[in-house]
Write a protein that binds this ligand. Structure first.
Ligand code: G6P
Length: 490
């Protein structure tokens, strides 16, 4: 907030994302509030709480319409409002084509190396463009000035930066792509690759988690657009407009709100064991994520199987708790993953379990952040084995949850987080055998070593928290705005 006052004194901040930070749902006893499972939301929400402004997002809850005013806005967080949430309503056709179709069956598998073939359908693309236009309308409606700072979030809105630039030429558009950006050859299979790259080049600043993804984007712009690439300054100029392409590794708030009021670690462990029916003496490994095929959930279950085959001494003394929130279940790849996960867990449990021992426990439902943090605090090990992930904030949340400096993080080398959390045990999730061996090593790691590793990781997440992520982008934006003003004046 101070940064906005000092560096951007006349700034108006608008955020655009598909997912909204608060979902109101109708229940039997009235209206309940849900915090969605989304790395994007958990990162941006504390930033908006600090800066204020307006967050424009798709209204997705069954009671969302009942809680907004005439302008489709509601002040949030509900308990202590500091910013406005403007909801955009999408029809079923728009939702099917834009969200399920092009965003999640086209761009999502295209950008992740997960071997799900991307689907590109003309009708999805039409809806995707249409919804991007509808959000551009909302931005123009919400902007009080002609030069707002608009923070465009993620792969749902590749075309929005250009649309905003056309209608508000003086806007500062900071676009952040929360998922990986693949190499030029991969992106080239998308029939609308030029439009997508052109859309993103409407941004003033385009951010990715890692330098690697920035380079992939520069390569694609070089290959497919009539643009000038300045590799020294990492920028792309198209038709006289320059876009800075920078790496801003995203993070979490420090200390996380969900950590406040958590009981001591021992109590969390007892509570989690009781709730999920885990044996009193068992050591606990956990995985917490959306039920998504990029997260490597099946590979992890194979690794548990491998651990119990090679190290039968852990039978009865080790459980793996998988908290998985169903997501995008309308799509075949997601429903198939859920069914296969349940089947595989049953198979492994039948192989190694007994009447009073279930090695793999699945909790398939939504878990609110407070419960997620309680699970992290109960764990001896947290496993993040994404096959490919932009950053992965679960890894950072686990570290933040452990103010007792205990617990071992097993982390995929294919998640952006592994560039920063190098004291984790880094694994290749495709290598089941070494993942199983890593679990064994984690279970045997002395408390002193856990403490050393955890301290280093906690220091890093504390310093490189999400406020710093946002501040770096806003400071870069402030410089560009000041520079533009000087150039305008001369
Ligand atoms: C990823 C995406 C986010 C998205 C989240 C949850 O983190 O980068 O944009 O919000 O997944 O997915 P969902 O489709 O449920 O919003």
């Amino acid at each position: 907030h101070r940064l906005l006052v000092e560096e951007l004194p006349d700034a108006e901040v608008l955020v655009v994302s598909n997912r909204e930070p608060y979902i109101h749902n109708r229940t039997e006893d009235g209206i309940s509030l849900q915090t969605p499972a989304s790395g994007l939301v958990s990162a941006l929400e504390p930033v908006m709480r600090a800066t204020g402004g307006t967050w424009i997002a798709h209204g997705s809850g069954s009671a969302d319409r009942d809680t907004v005013d005439r302008d489709d806005k509601v002040a949030v967080p509900p308990a202590d409002p500091t910013y406005m949430l403007r909801r955009v309503w999408l029809s079923d056709e728009e939702q099917d084509g834009y969200y399920y179709g092009f965003a999640n069956e086209g761009l999502w598998p295209l950008c992740h190396i997960a071997f799900v073939r991307p689907a590109f359908r003309e009708e999805d693309w039409r809806q995707y463009k249409r919804v991007n236009e509808r959000f551009a309308d909302a931005v123009v409606q919400e902007a009080d000035r002609d030069d707002p700072i608009v923070l465009v979030q993620d792969y749902h809105f590749a075309l929005l930066p250009r649309m905003i630039r056309q209608r508000l030429p003086r806007a500062t558009v900071i676009t952040f792509w929360h998922i990986p950006w693949p190499n030029a050859e991969t992106i080239s299979i998308c029939p609308w690759r030029e439009e997508i790259i052109d859309g993103l080049l409407g941004s003033t600043i385009l951010g990715f988690h890692t330098r690697f993804h920035c380079n992939n984007f520069l390569e694609a712009a070089d290959r497919f657009m009539e643009s000038r690439i300045d590799r020294e300054h990492a920028s792309v100029t198209l038709a006289g407009h320059e876009t800075m392409v920078r790496a801003y590794p995203i993070s979490i708030e420090w200390p996380p709100a969900a950590l406040a009021h958590q009981p001591p670690v021992d109590e969390c462990r007892e509570a989690v064991k009781r709730r999920f029916g885990l044996p009193a003496q068992a050591r606990i490994a956990v995985g917490v994520e959306r039920f998504d095929y990029t997260k490597g959930i099946l590979d992890r279950l194979h690794a548990v199987d491998d651990l119990l085959i090679r190290h039968p001494e852990w039978k009865g003394r080790f459980v793996y708790l998988q908290a998985a929130s169903p997501t995008r279940s309308k799509l075949g790849a997601y429903s198939a993953l859920q069914a296969e996960t349940v089947r595989l867990a049953e198979e492994v449990n039948a192989r190694h379990g007994s009447a009073d021992y279930t090695p793999i426990v699945l909790s398939i439902r939504h878990h609110e952040p407070t419960e997620v943090f309680e699970i992290f605090r109960a764990a001896d090990i947290c496993i993040v084995s994404s096959l490919h992930d932009g950053m992965n904030l679960v890894a950072k949340e686990f570290v933040a949850a452990r103010d007792d400096n205990q617990g071992v993080l097993i982390l995929s080398g294919f998640a952006g987080a592994s560039r920063e959390l190098s004291e984790a045990l880094i694994v290749n999730p495709y290598d089941t055998r070494s993942m199983g061996a890593m679990m064994d090593a984690a279970l045997r790691m002395p408390a002193a070593e856990q403490r050393e590793r955890m301290r280093l990781m906690r220091d890093l997440v504390q310093q490189r928290n999400v406020y710093r992520w946002a501040a770096q982008m806003l400071l870069d934006a402030a410089r560009l705005r000041k520079r533009a003003r000087i150039l305008d004046a001369t």
